[in-house]
Design a protein around this ligand. Structure first.
Ligand SMILES: Nc1ncnc2c1ncn2[C@@H]1O[C@H](COP(=O)(O)OP(=O)(O)O)[C@@H](O)[C@H]1O
Ligand SMILES: [Mg+2]
Length: 330
């Protein structure tokens, strides 16, 4: 049994005369202890809404959440809010896309970090301060002893993001959900933070759900990857398998649109044409069809199912999947 088992999660926004809008539409995946699972896709595909649903942080009004989210055998969607709040402090942690809202503005950073170290790891006084400074150092914050005395507004946005990551690591949670944790940071700091998260996973056995639109991050850290499009998984596979053989035209396009060092010089990058707004409802066919180079009439006749057209465990939601050149010519 995986530590986190997400089964057919759906989130619909609506109510008060508004038309229902389905943000997450039957997403399933698991995360084991010591495993890093990625949720990948363009902005607006449902990544953040998925993570908020897992953490029980969506508003109760005007939002319908369906499916099951089992963490260590308990359904997070049905346990009491109070129990979930307790778990959020100790077993589940999240790094938010927007760091300002999750730091307390009137308490110095150092106290916020040492409080966590005391609560979760029993460290006190100078031992807690030393560990806090060490953590800030490890997320690339220079002069950490001085920074510990400062308030959140005295730090830049990137520094605040790093302080939050330090706090999430300090709890050594069993499950960490990181929503685009490094998007605002430059690449050297990004690499340092991925290293720190990897250490947490390897040493503490933390299960990490890594949410990103950055395939470089996926390549650097994820074991398993779920590619989302318009609220549904369109491809799920191990990282190596996905990078070696992206099979859904959307995943294929995403991977084709990243620069490669081994590409011939002058080879243009090929972004996927159109935007996520050019979609049809999943009920009518494949949401990606309007942007797809491979679409056929069959793509517009009902929802495509997830299948395994190539290898066991490599799931793809497409009626006309991309085959590698070797298989096409064979
Ligand atoms: N509070 C809300 N009310 C209505 N729609 C929302 C709300 N929050 C998010 N959405 C919609 O849900 C979809 C998924 O959003 P989100 O999960 O934030 O995307 P991502 O994190 O992948 O960029 C988007 O179409 C967005 O407009
Ligand atoms: Mg988001």
């Amino acid at each position: 049994m995986a530590l986190l088992n997400v089964d057919q999660l759906s989130v619909t926004f609506g109510g008060r005369g508004r038309k229902d809008s389905i943000a997450v539409d039957g997403v399933s995946f698991t995360v084991d202890q010591g495993q890093v699972v990625g949720l990948v896709g363009e902005s607006g595909c449902g990544k953040s809404v998925t993570s908020l649903a897992l953490m029980g942080l969506l508003p109760e009004k005007g939002v319908k959440v369906g499916g099951r989210v089992e963490f260590d055998g308990q359904d997070l969607l049905t346990i009491s809010r109070r129990k979930l709040r307790d778990m959020r402090g100790s077993q589940l942690a999240m790094i938010f896309q927007d760091p300002l809202s999750s730091l307390n503005p009137v308490i110095p950073i150092g106290i916020q970090v040492t409080e966590i170290l005391q609560r979760h790891r029993g460290l006190k006084g100078e031992a807690a301060r030393k560990e806090a400074a060490d953590l800030l150092d490890r997320v690339g914050i220079p002069d950490p002893r001085r920074r510990l005395k400062e308030y959140p507004h005295q730090l830049s946005g990137g520094m605040r993001q790093r302080a939050l990551i330090a706090m999430a690591v300090a709890c050594a949670p069993r499950l960490l959900i990181a929503d685009e944790p490094t998007t605002a940071l430059d690449v050297t700091i990004q690499a340092q933070i991925l290293e720190l998260l990897k250490e947490l996973v390897d040493q503490e056995g933390t299960a990490l759900l890594m949410i990103t639109h950055d395939l470089g991050v996926v390549a650097g850290i994820c074991d398993e990857v779920n590619v989302l499009y318009a609220g549904r998984a369109v491809e799920s596979a191990g990282r190596r398998e996905l990078f070696a053989a992206p099979t859904h035209p959307y995943a294929h396009g995403l991977l084709g649109s990243i620069p490669r060092l081994d590409a011939p010089r002058g080879e243009p990058l090929r972004p996927i044409r159109g935007s996520i707004n050019d979609k049809i409802a999943w009920a009518d066919g494949c949401a990606f069809a309007p942007r797809c180079d491979y679409y056929t009439m069959e793509c517009l006749t009902g929802t495509p199912e997830l299948t395994e057209p190539r290898t066991a465990g490599h799931q793809v939601r497409c009626v006309n999947p991309v085959l590698p050149k070797a298989e096409v010519s064979a």
